[in-house]
Design a protein around this ligand. Structure first.
Ligand code: SF4
Length: 316
């Protein structure tokens, strides 16, 4: 068996920053620290942080008065920010800056009176946060077929935004349908599908074309990981998503001569290494590393946690 190890894979700059922010918050404030939804969509990491005293919550009301609340990498709606402020919580905002950018665009377009067609997945944390910026102005579209059903007040004032982790190919089809329906459709100032999503998809697309099977390390609720499976499948590979190598069913690999291995943006590299070791031990696999490009993106920690902690009050 040949294993084609795709790169870039795994952690993106937004995930590195969000995990760094949670680590720094634990260090500064001590456990328990609350986190609004999963810090990133990965089961392994959620269990790791729960063991260190992080409590993941679905509502702000679950955080006790005086508590510390971290917003996850996927961002939150203004309503959630307002609830946290009203309760006087200490907030650390670990939203990825590339998600913040989409929020800012939603606010700007809504202010100037446009209808915003948001291409994304209903119920995903990122989609909930962005649509919450301007609920009256935003229309959510998941797939091409949804475009025909859109009702907008002025078809000449429509702009689109997209979730950062979509499939580049699927989104292209939705945009074609949108342009057909709204010829004056406006685009965001900059592409919203983020660099990490695009790079991971392109790396796996090139390799999957030569592979029988694609193995994607990631959790089922990770949007970008699921898209990696779809991209690999579109190239003819049998694609499987799993959290840890213990979940791999050896029958997936029956007769597989060439396997492409990648990981979603929230999947730790240690799990990729474990998977490789398992493939070598079980199938005598040889590993080839394929680097599409080197990424050089870094985001600073949120200012709330970057600044030095206040000095303890001195008693006289
Ligand atoms: Fe940010 Fe992209 Fe990573 Fe999402 S996948 S956290 S948008 S860098």
């Amino acid at each position: 068996m040949r294993v084609l190890l795709a790169a870039p894979r795994g952690y993106c700059a937004g995930v590195e920053m969000a995990l760094g922010a949670l680590d720094a918050t634990l260090e500064r404030h001590g456990a328990p620290v609350h986190c609004y939804h999963q810090i990133v969509h990965n089961r392994h990491l959620v269990a790791h942080y729960e063991a260190r005293g992080v409590i993941f919550v679905d509502t702000v009301d679950e955080v006790p008065a005086g508590g510390v609340l971290v917003f996850s990498a996927h961002g939150v709606s203004p309503a959630v920010r307002a609830q946290a402020a009203a309760r006087g919580l200490t907030v650390i905002d670990a939203t990825c800056p590339l998600v913040h950018k989409v929020h800012a665009e939603a606010r700007r377009y809504a202010r100037r009176g446009d209808t915003i067609v948001y291409v994304g997945h209903a119920g995903h944390d990122e989609a909930v946060g962005v649509t919450g910026e301007a609920p009256d102005a935003v229309r959510l579209v998941e797939r091409e077929q949804d475009v025909a059903r859109l009702v907008v007040p002025d078809p000449s004032r429509v702009v689109y935004l997209t979730q950062t982790t979509l499939s580049v190919d699927d989104t292209r089809q939705v945009l074609v349908a949108l342009r057909r329906r709204f010829p004056q459709l406006q685009a965001p100032s900059q592409e919203d599908i983020c660099y990490a999503t695009q790079n991971r998809q392109e790396a796996v697309r090139r390799l999957a074309a030569q592979a029988d099977v694609a193995l994607v390390v990631g959790s089922v609720n990770s949007s970008n990981s699921k898209r990696l499976c779809e991209v690999a499948a579109s190239q003819g590979a049998r694609a499987y998503l799993f959290d840890t190598p213990a979940e791999i069913d050896p029958t997936w690999l029956a007769d597989a001569e060439t396997v492409v291995l990648t990981a979603g943006a929230s999947a730790p590299e240690s799990l990729v290494e474990e998977t490789l070791a398992w493939l070598v031990a079980r199938f005598g696999a040889t590993v080839e590393r394929h680097v599409l490009l080197e990424e050089d993106v870094h985001f600073n920690l949120p200012p709330e946690i970057r600044a030095p902690a206040p000095a303890p009050a001195r008693s006289s």
